[in-house]
Write a protein that binds this ligand. Structure first.
Ligand code: GTP
Ligand code: MG
Length: 389
């Protein structure tokens, strides 16, 4: 599971990355601060099954704080894209190679409007322009890859498969490729596309294959009015308002012991050791958090993983009576699974040998035997019964 941060320069991508992962990366008030991609691990937050089951968990692959499970997901932050990136402007578009394997793209925009499409300071710039530009540059980039290989695609009788192979980096399935072909009214046999066809295809594929969320960042300097205006223009593309800067400052204050901060419940407690100016800054941030129901950074992760990608959480166990593994760790692993996954898919996630010799499974909550084809529900606790050693 990878969340990709994308956007024009100077919008706060690296700030959000750093807030999500606690990794220090260069952040500055000018364009192209980030050159090489930053990779890190963030955590999606969800109520732990220990609450429903009335037990105390002992996590292995994740952590649990006050009944909230934090499950790791990967995040990637790349350089800013500018108009004409496909023609080599700014940092160009080659770095999209690193980004495009992301399962979901979070486009960071400056909702305060104080930076323009190229990342320079300005009085006002409409963030909607950035969103259109990024879509266009992504489509240009994919179309460029296709057009470069057009002669060899034309030679193949199975050019749909060729296209699929060419675009494996996008994690698109052959079904996605066919779907994009039919949505853009293009035949995938004997491909002989003009640039406009390749762009149409790329746009269709992006819609199918790369769910997108807009992070309306710098909300501490923005307004509800600006968010509403953007939402009205975007239709069904979701917008989450956020302040990467406040989340980063809070997580740093927590790290240095000035406050206790729980980003899931938004609880901020100032320690006695905090100095006067620290207290003032925290008071300002606390007000922001209370007014907006959080900084929005955790919401970006949770919305991406659960709402946009439709994941659920499943807890595999070996001892269905105690909801534990064979060491006695209660609810040791919380696994993110695609909605619609089966008990067999869960077995595959544990080990292919276990899946191969799987006999059946047990729903640890009801203690009922379930079949391999059983479709997992969110928060299911499952024992896989297999003849594998
Ligand atoms: N007021 C405010 N400023 C922010 C926020 N997030 C980031 N900034 C500031 O915006 C500037 C750019 O932040 P970066 O995180 O470096 O932006 P970026 O999108 O990674 O920029 P590039 O790497 O150049 O593409 C810095 O001065 C940040 O402190 C925010 O939520 N509110
Ligand atoms: Mg950056």
């Amino acid at each position: 599971m990878i969340i990709g941060l994308i956007g024009a320069p100077n919008k706060g991508k690296s700030t959000i990355f750093s807030a999500m992962t606690s990794i220090d990366v260069p952040i500055a008030d000018y364009a192209f601060t980030t050159i090489n991609p930053n990779l890190g691990v963030a955590h999606v937050a969800k109520r732990c099954a220990e609450v429903e089951l009335g037990v105390k968990c002992k996590p292995r692959n994740s952590t649990c704080k006050n009944g909230t499970r934090h499950i790791p997901v990967n995040v990637i932050d790349v350089a800013g894209l500018v108009p004409g990136a496909h023609l080599g402007k700014g940092m160009g578009n080659q770095f999209l190679n690193d980004l495009i394997s992301a399962d979901v793209l979070v486009q960071v925009v400056d909702i305060s409007g104080k930076t323009d499409i190229n990342g320079s300071a300005t009085d006002y710039s409409d963030p909607y322009l950035e969103i259109e530009m990024i879509r266009k540059e992504l489509a240009e980039w994919i179309a460029g890859i296709i057009l470069k290989q057009m002669p060899s695609l034309q030679r193949r009788s199975d050019s749909d498969v060729g296209l699929h192979e060419l675009l494996t980096g996008l994690k698109a399935s052959l079904v996605d490729i066919h779907d994009a072909g039919s949505r853009s009214s293009l035949t995938l046999s004997n491909i002989n596309w003009a640039k406009s066809d390749a762009i149409k295809f790329a746009e269709a594929l992006l819609k199918i294959n790369k769910p997108m969320l807009i992070a309306a960042n710098k909300m501490d300097k923005g307004s509800e009015e600006a968010v509403n205006k953007l939402r009205a223009k975007l239709g069904n593309i979701p917008v989450v308002e956020c302040s990467g800067a406040i989340e980063l400052a809070l997580s740093k204050a927590a790290k240095s012991g000035v406050i206790d901060y729980d980003s899931s419940s938004n609880a901020i407690t100032v320690k006695d050791t905090a100095k006067k100016e620290q207290k003032d800054a925290i008071e300002y941030m606390d007000k922001y958090v209370k007014k907006h129901g959080g900084t929005g950074v955790q919401k970006i992760i949770d919305y991406s993983v659960f709402k946009l990608l439709g994941n659920i959480v499943a807890y595999p166990v070996e001892d269905e009576t105690h909801y534990a593994d064979h060491f006695g760790n209660v609810l040791p692993d919380a696994l993110l699974m695609k909605g619609g996954s089966t008990a067999y898919d869960l077995a595959m996630r544990i080990h292919s040998d276990i899946a191969k010799s799987m006999k059946y499974a047990v729903d640890a909550k009801s203690k009922m035997r379930i079949q391999k084809e059983y479709v997992l529900k969110d928060d299911d606790v499952i024992k896989i019964v297999s003849s594998a050693k």
